[in-house]
Design a protein around this ligand. Structure first.
Ligand code: HEM
Length: 437
C-alpha cells in the first residue's frame, strides 16, 4: 500500500515561534498584559494579530525577528470566551501552573507563595514575546509589539522579562543548550537527530493527526486550529552552588568536568557522552550535523556512557528501554537565559538573579511537559533508579542521591542539593493567526 501523502501544515496561520528555532545569538523580551475590560481586550487581540509573524516565508528579511502572543486561561475568560468553549481546552491549561505546583515539584522555596508577581496570579492574561538576533533589532521588534497595546485604556503592562542567548548558546551552568529539536512532518524545518523519525504534526499543532492517531479540537474548531500550548517557567539557577558541588565531589579539574558531563549527559561544549564518553570534544559539540546524531540502546543500555538519570537521557530517553513510549512525551523547547553569567571560576554567589526562561511548546501539555516534569525529572522509577531525581534540575532535597553507572562499581553521589528554583510560570495557549483575527 502506498504511504499516505505528507500532511500540509498551514504555515501562514501558525505563529512563527511555534515551529521555527529561535536565532543564535538571540535577545528577547517578554511582556505580560492584564485585561481590565473585555472590549479593550478584544481590540488588543485584533491589533496583536497585525504584528504577529507567521511560520511561512522563512527566507523573508523579518524571519529572524518576530512577535509571538499567547493567552492564559484567565486571559481567555477576560476576553469573554464562553464557558462551552473554555471547557474544550486542555485540562492542565485550565488549571494553571500554580494549581499544579505540588505535582510539578514546585514546593517550599519553589512554591507559588514565593513566586514573583504576577507569575501564577490570575491577572496575567496575555504574554507578548519579542524575538530578535540582537539588542539593536530587539528595540525595533519591541516597538512593533508595543504598538499593539500602546495608549489603550483597559490594558495594563504588568510584567517585563529580558532574556538572551550568547553565540555559544551557553546556559548559566555553562553547558551548550538549544541542540536537540524534533522534526515535524510538513513543517519543512528539519530536526537535529537524523536517527529520529519526524513527528506527526498533531503532537505540536492543534487540528492535525498526532502520534496516537487522534486530532485535538476546540469549540469552535477555528479557535484552536493551528494553535498550540506554551509552558513558560522562570527557573533561577544556583550556579555557585552547582560549581561547589562539582568541586567537592571530584579529585581534580578533569574529574569535575567528567562529573558535570555525567549529570547532564553532554560535555559543556554540547558534545554528547554517547559519542565521546571519555573526554570533551569542542569540535563535535559545535557541529550541528553530528552533536545530536545518536541513540542509546544498542551501545549503552546500562548507561555506562550516558547515565540513565542524566538530564538529557531522562528528559528524552530516545530508544532506551523504559516503561512506555518515549515518542509521545517529546517536546519543542525554546529556553533562553536571563541575568548575567557568573564569572568563570567564581565559587561564591554574587547575589545576581540568573537562570533560564524555560519554554515548552506542544499540543499536549499533560502527556508532554507535565509527564516529563513529574515522572522523568522528579522520579527515577521509570528507568529503575527508585526515587532519584534529575541531578541538575530535579526538586532535590539535601538527602537526594544520584547514581553514575560504572565498572567495576557504580558511583553513588549523596547529598545532592536543589540547584534550580522555580520563580514562577504559566500555561498559555498560542492561537493561530486566523483565530486571533
Ligand atoms: C534551568 C533549567 C534547565 C537547564 C539548565 C537545562 C539545560 C539543558 C541542556 C544544557 C540541554 C542539552 C542541550 C540540548 O539538547 O538542546 C538540555 C536538553 C533538554 N532539556 Fe533541559 N534544562 C533545563 C530545564 C528543563 C526542563 C524544565 C525540561 C522539561 C521538563 C527540560 C527538558 C529538556 C529536554 C527534553 C532536552 C533534550 C534532550 C534530548 O533530546 O537529548 N529541561 N537541557
Amino acid at each position: 500500500m502506498a504511504e499516505p501523502a505528507e500532511v500540509r501544515l498551514e504555515l501562514e496561520d501558525i505563529q512563527s515561534g511555534v515551529l521555527r528555532p529561535r536565532p543564535t545569538p538571540y535577545a528577547s523580551t517578554y511582556i505580560g498584559l492584564r485585561i481590565d475590560d473585555a472590549k479593550a481586550g478584544r481590540e488588543l487581540i485584533g491589533r496583536v494579530s497585525k504584528v504577529v509573524t507567521s511560520a511561512a516565508n522563512p527566507s523573508s528579511p523579518l524571519a529572524d525577528t518576530w512577535v509571538s502572543v499567547a493567552l492564559t486561561y484567565p486571559g481567555l475568560k477576560a476576553l469573554g470566551v464562553p464557558p462551552s468553549s473554555l471547557d474544550s481546552f486542555a485540562w492542565e491549561f485550565r488549571q494553571g501552573m500554580a494549581a499544579r505546583a505540588k505535582e510539578l515539584g514546585d514546593t517550599g522555596e519553589s512554591g507559588p507563595e514565593n513566586w514573583e508577581a504576577p507569575l501564577g496570579a490570575t491577572d496575567l492574561h496575555v504574554v507578548l514575546v519579542a524575538v530578535s538576533p540582537d539588542e539593536k533589532r530587539l528595540e525595533e521588534v519591541l516597538a512593533r509589539a508595543r504598538m499593539a497595546y500602546a495608549g489603550m485604556r483597559g490594558i495594563k503592562a504588568i510584567l517585563r522579562q529580558d532574556c538572551h542567548a550568547s553565540p555559544t548558546e551557553k546556559e548559566p551552568f555553562g553547558f551548550r543548550d538549544g541542540i536537540s529539536h524534533p522534526a515535524i512532518e510538513g513543517s519543512g524545518i528539519p530536526g537535529t537527530n537524523p536517527k529520529e523519525r519526524p513527528f506527526k504534526a498533531g503532537e505540536f499543532v492543534i487540528g492535525y493527526i498526532d502520534e496516537m492517531g487522534t486530532v485535538q479540537k476546540t469549540e469552535p474548531a477555528l479557535l484552536g486550529r493551528n494553535g498550540t500550548y506554551v509552558v513558560f517557567r522562570k527557573l533561577h539557577q544556583r550556579v555557585a552552588e552547582f560549581r561547589r558541588y562539582l568541586k567537592a565531589n571530584s579529585t581534580n579539574a578533569d574529574d569535575e568536568e567528567l562529573l558535570a558531563a555525567k549529570m547532564m549527559g553532554r560535555w559543556r561544549s554540547g558534545a554528547p557522552l554517547a559519542l565521546c564518553p571519555l573526554h570533551e570534544n569542542p569540535e563535535l559539540g559545535a557541529d550541528s550535523h553530528r552533536n545530536n546524531d545518536f541513540l542509546y540502546e544498542s551501545d549503552d543500555a546500562a548507561g555506562l556512557h550516558t547515565p540513565g538519570g542524566s538530564h538529557i537521557r531522562r528528559t528524552n530517553p530516545r530508544d532506551a528501554s523504559i516503561a512506555g513510549v518515549a515518542r509521545i512525551h517529546r517536546m519543542i523547547r525554546r529556553g533562553t537565559a536571563y541575568g548575567s553569567m557568573l564569572p568563570e571560576g567564581t565559587l561564591e554567589d554574587d547575589g545576581v538573579d540568573r537562570g533560564m526562561m524555560f519554554d515548552f511548546v506542544g499540543a499536549h501539555p499533560g502527556r508532554q511537559f507535565e509527564f516529563v516534569q513529574t515522572q522523568w525529572v522528579n522520579d527515577g522509577v521509570f528507568f529503575g533508579a527508585g526515587k532519584d531525581k534529575d541531578p541538575v534540575i530535579g526538586s532535590n532535597e539535601s538527602n537526594s542521591s544520584y547514581t553514575v553507572p560504572r565498572k567495576p562499581v557504580r558511583r553513588r553521589l549523596q547529598g545532592l542539593p536543589r540547584f534550580v528554583i522555580t520563580r514562577g510560570g504559566e500555561y498559555c495557549f498560542m492561537p493561530g493567526l486566523k483565530a486571533l483575527q
